[in-house]
Design a protein around this ligand. Structure first.
Ligand code: ADP
Ligand code: DP6
Ligand code: CO
Length: 357
């Protein structure tokens, strides 16, 4: 038996991915940009073992076995990584120095998220990135990180961006086969060390509508989506890339909040509408706008963003973080009895992939 353990970080988008043009290959209707968070605090940790003794591929998620027989996305990742391993095995055999035919054995995957799963904190991103990265280590694949991101994309779209640290773009690509739809690093995690993220867990409950189902419903029914895909996002991709490269927090913050708001607007424009934000999420948004209005020089001090769930991620320069944590703690005291006003701040900084054998 061979076993490998790796961890992968969460990434939180500042230009949101929402919508697929191809649901099988997971090809998006727009490009997106995210920040990879330090995995010291939020990560998925995955152990994969393989043995000729195993009878089938199996998954244990957070200690409970899940039925993956119909989980096409996990099978995409298994198939793609096995195909590359198989090529290596065939080459090694031809060269007269055969390697173990791991590609023919089933795998057992055991994964834990140290944060709420399916609650809008990008567990599918870290989870599927950890799966693909761990498979690549198990099979000793010598492929580039972008190539690996192309495989992770077929597990969960947002997962392709978790293969890189720092600031990452997922280029939507043009080709039908998805070969040019992959993640590229805009800047490494060392680029903007003053930028920090604060995670506020408003609710750790599993969301009512998965991201996968929600975005397809939006694509089918929202007229506002056409405007977003064709006009808004292409311009924002350029503006956000420039803001990151220039470390321009003003542009970064305004674009981040506007894009989060438009993403939730297309959710409301979906028919029937999808609600990911709750009253606490909206109160935090208002608090951040009020906090920004107190700025002496008119400059923004913080930006919020929300994925497909009620939990807030606040990006701000390090120098403002203590004040923000105090503010959130004052208005949203940690109270596990009442989940409606429970905000639990985790402070994190940018981070990269790690390995843990
Ligand atoms: P989130 O907002 O947390 O990304 P999604 O609806 O996108 O929520 O995806 C949640 C799903 O991702 C889970 O129901 C599970 O199928 C999958 N997932 C989450 N974490 C892992 C993991 N560590 N390993 C494998 N799959 C995972
Ligand atoms: C709102 O990557 O979870 O977090 O590709 O169907 O697995 P699938 O969806 P997923 O969608 C993420 C949506 C988002 C925005 C983002 O991360 O860009
Ligand atoms: Co997800």
């Amino acid at each position: 038996m061979k076993a490998v353990t790796c961890t992968a970080p969460v990434n939180i988008a500042v230009i949101k991915y929402w919508g697929k043009r191809d649901t099988d290959l997971i090809l998006p209707t727009n490009s997106s940009i995210s920040v990879t968070l330090s995995q010291d605090i939020l990560h998925s940790k995955t152990t994969i073992s393989t043995s000729p003794e195993f009878s089938q591929d199996r998954l244990w998620l957070n200690g409970i076995e899940e039925d993956i027989t119909k989980n096409k996305r996990m099978h995409n990742c298994f198939r793609e990584t096995r195909a590359i391993r198989k090529e290596m095995e065939e080459k090694a055999e031809l060269a007269g120095s055969p390697i173990e035919k791991l590609s023919t054995y089933p795998v057992h995957v055991c994964s834990e998220n140290n944060f709420p799963t399916a609650a809008g904190l990008a567990s599918s991103a870290s989870g599927l990135a950890a799966l693909v990265y761990t498979l690549s280590q198990l099979y000793e694949l010598t492929i580039s990180t972008s190539e690996l991101s192309r495989i992770a994309r077929q597990g969960s779209g947002s997962a392709c961006r978790s293969l890189f640290g720092g600031f990452v773009a997922w280029e939507m690509g043009q080709k039908k086969d998805g070969s040019d739809s992959l993640a590229v690093q805009i800047a490494p995690e060392t680029h903007w060390p003053e930028l920090e993220a604060l995670i506020c867990v408003v609710s750790d409950a599993k969301k009512g509508t998965s991201s996968t189902a929600g975005m397809q419903s939006t694509i089918k029914t929202s007229p506002l989506m056409n405007e977003r895909i064709n006009h808004v996002v292409p311009a924002r991709m350029e503006q956000m890339t420039k803001a990151i490269l220039d470390k321009d927090f003003q542009s970064f913050a305004e674009l981040t909040m506007r894009d989060s708001n438009q993403f939730h607007a297309v959710c409301l424009d979906t028919y029937p509408p999808i609600f990911y934000l709750n009253d606490t999420s909206r109160a935090i948004m208002q608090l951040i706008h009020e906090y920004n209005a107190t700025s002496q020089d008119g400059k923004l001090k913080a930006a919020y963003t929300y994925d497909a769930g009620p939990n807030a991620v606040i990006y701000a320069p390090k120098e403002n973080m203590a004040e923000i944590i105090q503010l959130i703690g004052h208005y949203f005291p940690s109270n596990k009895e009442s989940t409606a006003f429970f905000a639990d701040p985790y402070q994190v900084v940018n981070g990269t992939l790690g390995q843990d054998f």
